[in-house]
Design a binder for this molecule. Sequence first.
Ligand SMILES: C[S@@+](CC[C@H](N)C(=O)[O-])C[C@H]1O[C@@H](n2cnc3c(N)ncnc32)[C@H](O)[C@@H]1O
Length: 398
Amino acid sequence: MTGETAGGRADAAAGDASRGPQDRRDERDERDARNAQDWRGWRAAMAEALYGPGGFYRRPEGPAGHFRTSVHASPLFAWAVARLLCRVDEALDRPPRLDFVDMAAGRGELAAGVLAALPEPVAARTRVCAVEIADRPAGLDPRIEWLPEPPPGARGLLFANEWLDNVPLDVAEVDAAGAARLVLVAPDGTERLGPPVAGADAAWLARWWPLPAEEGRRAEIGHPRDTAWAGAVASLERGLAVAVDYAHTAHARPAYGTLTGFREGRETAPVPDGSCDLTAHVALDACALPGGRVLTQRDALRALGLTGARPPLALASTDPAAYVRALARAGEAAELTAAGGLGDFGWLLQPVGRGTAGLLDDLFTGLTAPAAPSVSADPADPAASSSLFVDVADDEEQ
Ligand SMILES: C[S@@+](CC[C@H](N)C(=O)[O-])C[C@H]1O[C@@H](n2cnc3c(N)ncnc32)[C@H](O)[C@@H]1O
């Protein structure tokens, strides 16, 4: 929860015999003075560390250099999103121009995957936009527009995979007297308690994440995410907005918050110096606007036709190569829907405008377990499924 402590650094300096006590005092005073200028709330610290000049998300390796999202886990994820886009297209009566907005696009991997998975007649009508703070990567499909903000007036699907967890926010912690105080952080990750939580922060906590008067309890103050999400949704004129993230809801908030760091594939202490990702799970229920609905990724992907079902054994003797391919796809689908992993992610589905509310009912009510698709199946075809798959019990899928 905290970075390397200032004490740890002071101890290391104390071992240097060439410096006297006065030198060490001067060093400590200097460090304290430096930190005194730099103490700030996590929201400001995250904003600079992730998106400022030299920030983590401006680094050349991109998010995939440090962790895997569903987008990187399997092309089946883009297939399922393409299928959702086709359903939105139908609900909008196949407009002359259909929009797909990949919000917080990383290096545009989902945008490219969806474009590749769309049937040609739909792709020909689709404007694909990747919205990103980082620069456009070299070699991206020229049909994909690269934008700093979601385009206004879009009609179609806005999809934000693992965006909201990176929207900077402040952290509150309960002090010894039982009061919620803002957590301040120094550039090295050292934390201390700041002023009492007040105003909009206090109102948000009271509504969405009430803290008991128990010393050390923490909460992440999520209203900047609610605002960011509302802004993205407002850019849609008609269609569906979807936010996918690791999430929690009011009945099960984590007692000590979830703020953490990631660097080169490993979870690490959150240090706001640009060297690591800084992320906290999302209170998706607080982000939801009227008409919104939250599902697990497992349920959402199943409703879109993806399961971790394995191919029938008989296929192994009739077409061994097809069997191996189908088995690999089943493994990828199982990862995307796994309990304790990506399958537990939340999908916040937000219909926007005329004729879209029924879309959620059509797609996601009465979640049956449809057959899983092959990657090459046509996402526009509601009956798209592959005879290569049979359904299996949940425990077998893991
Ligand atoms: C965890 S990565 C997810 C990338 C991609 N969506 C995926 O699933 O692989 C979060 C991305 O959100 C981007 N981001 C954060 N805030 C943003 C904003 N306001 N507008 C555009 N991009 C943003 C970051 O630059 C980063 O590339």
